[in-house]
Design a protein around this ligand. Structure first.
Ligand SMILES: Nc1ncnc2c1ncn2[C@@H]1O[C@H](COP(=O)(O)OP(=O)(O)OP(=O)(O)O)[C@@H](O)[C@H]1O
Ligand SMILES: [Mg+2]
Length: 390
């Protein structure tokens, strides 16, 4: 997106006018703070539809960024963005409007569609293929060439025509994979002049999406997660799995592993496994297990008090919330002890990171005695105590 003079923004070859409304009623619906990583010229195509005032149907698996793309364009062009999900429960009253009663008698109140049409808002209708027939019928008349709807329940049977800034977008998931949604009504489908199919971004672009979401991303880890998601997506496409590993799931997973201090497996449990059926769960668990191997690393060297070690990869302590970053030099200040049993020896030690308190009091040899190498990204070493961040 390029910002131009004369209140315009440019997406590819398309220039869009920026709506500079000072009306708080309008502003409350203008999205803020969203980022969108463009792929497959999505923004340019959408911008073209907006410029030409053509309704767009976006078809794609869940979490492919359909809503985000439209929301982002509304944000960048200063337009009010409204959303409605047509999943089963939405009635035509909520959509178009209804008659209410107060002490003075009955009066009409607009539904979201009419409100957006009158005020020139953008309306995104999610899960359009799940809508009730009465709703789809209203939409059909709006999408016809004459572009108006009749409020047939209102006393005066008012005809509502859209404000020039009104735009209509609809989304749906490819129906063969989603239970509960009907196959898209063909008459309605044919009334959308532009139908955009959105697929998952390439791994590079998906990494950019992750970078746009988090302050600092462990690119190696994120790329491995993306690889795993792509393999599982293939399984989904071939109908071997029900679970669709979307960008949304990746973001949730990555965020949770940050929260759990780098525990990729636990993060998958919290964010993904609960949504899967038994078979998918097993497949995903297997992938996580083999791709992000060690959960706990064991060390059976001689760690005497005073030994200095350097971490070659991030160390995630169990009992402190700070990750010890790769490259940290640590001194053992409490002896490890053998926990015995057939799990071998688990190192339990008290570590002090040089400089944490008074750097002048800690003199470290230039060369560490031991180098800890934790190859796995989720590799852990049990650390009983580590001092606060430097
Ligand atoms: N290209 C992208 N750039 C930035 N964020 C993205 C992109 N694609 C997806 N996302 C992020 O992924 C998540 C899911 O996106 P979004 O809600 O737009 O998907 P959707 O296609 O509308 O899904 P659904 O069909 O379930 O409604 C959001 O957090 C969104 O910010
Ligand atoms: Mg959506």
């Amino acid at each position: 997106m390029i910002q131009l003079k004369n209140k315009q923004v440019k997406f590819g070859k398309v220039h869009l006018h920026v709506n500079k409304s000072a009306d708080p009623q309008h502003d409350q619906f203008v999205p803020k703070g969203n980022k969108y990583v463009d792929h497959d010229k999505m923004l340019e195509t959408l911008a073209h539809a907006i410029e030409a005032d053509k309704p767009v149907l976006l078809i794609g698996e869940t979490g492919t960024g359909k809503t985000s793309a439209v929301r982002y364009l509304a944000q960048e062009t200063g337009n009010a963005f409204r959303r409605l999900n047509l999943n089963g429960a939405t009635t035509v009253d909520e959509f178009v409007g209804k008659i209410l009663i107060d002490e003075k008698g009955t009066y009409w109140t607009d539904g979201i569609l009419v409100d957006a049409m009158r005020n020139g808002h953008w309306l995104l209708i999610d899960e359009i293929n799940a809508g009730l027939p009465e709703i789809l019928f209203v939409l059909q008349s709006l999408l016809d060439d004459d572009k108006y709807i009749v409020l047939s329940d209102k006393k005066d049977r008012e005809i509502v025509r859209p404000h020039p800034n009104f735009r209509l977008f609809a989304t749906c998931n490819p129906s063969d994979n989603y239970s509960g949604t009907k196959e898209m009504n063909k008459a309605l489908l044919s009334r959308f002049p532009i139908v955009l199919e959105i697929g998952f971004p390439t791994p590079d672009k998906e990494l950019d999406v992750m970078k746009s979401k988090f302050k600092s991303v462990n690119e190696d880890l994120a790329s491995r997660m993306i690889d795993m998601a792509n393999d599982l997506r293939n399984g989904y496409k071939e109908h071997k799995m029900d679970f669709c590993f979307s960008t949304r799931e990746l973001i949730n997973w990555y965020e949770m592993q940050e929260f759990t201090g780098g525990d990729v497996k636990l993060a998958a449990k919290y964010t993904i496994l609960g949504k899967c059926n038994k078979t998918d769960k097993e497949v995903i668990e297997q992938h996580v297990q083999t791709r992000f191997k060690a959960i706990e690393k064991e060390y059976d060297g001689d760690l005497k008090v005073g030994t200095v070690i350097r971490a070659e990869a991030n160390i995630v302590p169990y009992s402190t919330k700070d990750t010890v970053p790769a490259g940290s030099v640590l001194r053992v200040i409490k002896s490890p002890w053998d926990r015995g049993g057939n799990i071998g020896m688990t190192v339990m030690m008290k570590l002090e990171r040089p400089g944490a308190h008074d750097p002048s009091k800690i003199s470290l040899p230039k060369k560490p005695d031991i180098v800890f190498k934790l190859d796995d990204l989720s590799g852990r070493i049990r650390i009983e105590e580590a001092t606060a961040t430097l």
